[in-house]
Design a protein around this ligand. Structure first.
Ligand code: SF4
Length: 225
């Protein structure tokens, strides 16, 4: 059990958060990045008074045994909480596979838990040198790149997801995709950005079918969501 975890919420059944798996999703509180399009701003702060007790999460997961195959830690940025490793151990003990959604903000912490993960959904936000434009945090691209290198070297199954914010130039998206392909990324999902009212703000690249087809050839799996 772990009483040092700050959990903002749980979804007990998801078919989209761990591709190919039925999963429960645990939303961890806290993220120090400030992405322009963040849809989980309510999870950016750690608010102990609003945290769900970890014991309740475990009991809920026990009730899902046989119904879901995996538990995904999402957020916020799950690695902000150093006790994530203990939470992963608790979930493994129940027999679930473990997934992680991460921005790559904490490469050193990611390195320590990679061996305990079955799958990672890794956000790439822009060219690594242009991260500040999205995250509003200096050097965030350096951390993200280090984390991605670690993830690729680990052999853990993963996909890269990129949310296509309308102000990212098409040429930057092309640069990012070519760069991560050269690094060894095999699976990419391009995600449509949504505004505060949850309306899709479609990036111009989605109308350029020829370009998308060309870009898809850099990867084994290329999804648009
Ligand atoms: S990294 Fe994720 S949770 Fe953190 S601010 Fe960016 S979009 Fe929001």
């Amino acid at each position: 059990m772990n009483d040092q975890l700050f959990v903002g919420g749980i979804v007990s059944l998801s078919m989209t958060d761990y591709p190919g798996h039925l999963a429960a999703v645990v939303f961890m509180q806290g993220c120090f990045w400030r992405c322009v399009y963040c849809h989980n701003r309510h999870l950016q702060s750690v608010l102990p008074g609003e945290s769900l007790p970890w014991e309740d999460i475990i009991n809920l997961l026990k009730a899902r045994e046989g119904l879901v195959e995996a538990v995904v830690f999402s957020g916020g940025e799950p690695l902000l909480q150093e006790s994530l490793a203990n939470a992963i151990a608790d979930v493994r003990e129940l027999g679930f596979k473990v997934g992680l959604h991460t921005s790559g903000a904490f490469p050193d912490r990611l390195a320590k838990i990679l061996h305990s993960l079955d799958w990672v959904g890794f956000d790439v936000k822009h060219r690594f040198e242009n991260y500040l434009e999205i995250t509003n945090i200096l050097n965030s691209g350096i951390s993200a790149r280090k984390s991605l290198d670690l993830l690729i070297a680990s052999g853990v199954d993963f996909e890269v997801r990129m949310t296509l914010y309308e102000k990212i130039e098409k040429s930057a998206i092309v640069d990012v995709l070519k760069e991560i392909s050269a690094l060894g990324v095999k699976t990419v999902a391009l995600q449509k950005c949504r505004d505060k009212n949850e309306n899709v703000v479609e990036h111009a690249i989605f109308s350029d079918k020829t370009l998308l087809e060309d870009l898809s050839k850099y990867f084994d799996n290329f999804y648009i969501r």
